[in-house]
Design a protein around this ligand. Structure first.
Ligand SMILES: [Zn+2]
Length: 237
């Protein structure tokens, strides 16, 4: 188990025990527990290997899918205080803007843990690349996940290529390749899109490409299932 996950688990257990044992002084005990719950290892997250960073994300998703969140046990005021001057997220995510994909929640992470960019259809744009490069080059994230999701409206619209109001159709070109690969299957288009965008990041960003080559970063694509709450990473082709 990665150190960070262990801290989560231990703090959760301690917090639980304190609540049970302290009764009337539950608030005080919880506060003390939260002191422990803010892992000193927060500052060591960037020491995670790319594999460990990815595992930490997936372990968080398993907790979320099992309805056993630990991130909510952290004292947000302490976390805020400790991250005023710096951030050291261990991973970053490019996700859709869809309201059903709350990224921190589905990976059971809290303040300062993950660097998140969101845009409808989780597509790569120059601004998204710049943001994710910042995460890699400056913040030192070790894992990057491009996260598609079931029922993605942007992918659906691109498949239909209907006339849409305003600038919504500006999303279509970036999604076209996935639509073409899908053979008309909505689910295939969603997964193909996540994979295509991940590959685009690996190849079109020199910062990301070099970090991957140097073994400092892992870039993966995955799909979030709205019904089960589970993230499944895609196989590389
Ligand atoms: Zn979507």
């Amino acid at each position: 188990m990665p150190d960070n996950a262990r801290v989560h688990t231990e703090s959760g257990r301690r917090h639980f025990l304190q609540n049970v044992l302290s009764g009337a002084v539950i608030g005080v005990a919880a506060q003390a527990g939260f002191e422990f719950a803010v892992p000193e290892k927060l500052s060591a997250q960037t020491n995670l290997t790319p594999d460990a960073a990815l595992q930490e994300l997936l372990a968080g998703n398993q907790r979320f899918a099992a309805n056993q969140l630990t991130s909510i046990e952290h004292d947000l005021s302490i976390l805020k205080e400790r991250t005023v001057d710096k951030q050291e997220p261990f991973a970053e995510v490019l996700s859709c803007a869809d309201s059903r994909v709350p990224v921190e929640l589905i990976f059971d992470q809290t303040i300062g843990h993950i660097f998140v960019t969101r845009v409808a259809g989780n597509i790569v744009t120059p601004e998204i690349i710049a943001s994710l490069e910042y995460g890699v080059a400056v913040l030192g994230v070790k894992a990057l996940v491009v996260l598609g999701h079931g029922g993605c409206g942007a992918v659906k619209a691109a498949m239909k290529a209907d006339a849409v109001p305003g600038q919504i159709s500006t999303l279509y070109p970036a999604l076209r390749q996935a639509v073409e690969k899908s053979g008309g299957s909505f689910d295939k288009a969603i997964e193909a899109n996540a994979k295509i965008q991940a590959e685009l990041l690996r190849t079109s960003s020199t910062v990301i490409r070099d970090a991957v080559k140097g073994g400092k970063l892992k870039v993966e694509a995955g799909v979030y299932d709205l019904a089960t709450g589970k993230v499944t990473l895609s196989q590389r082709e």
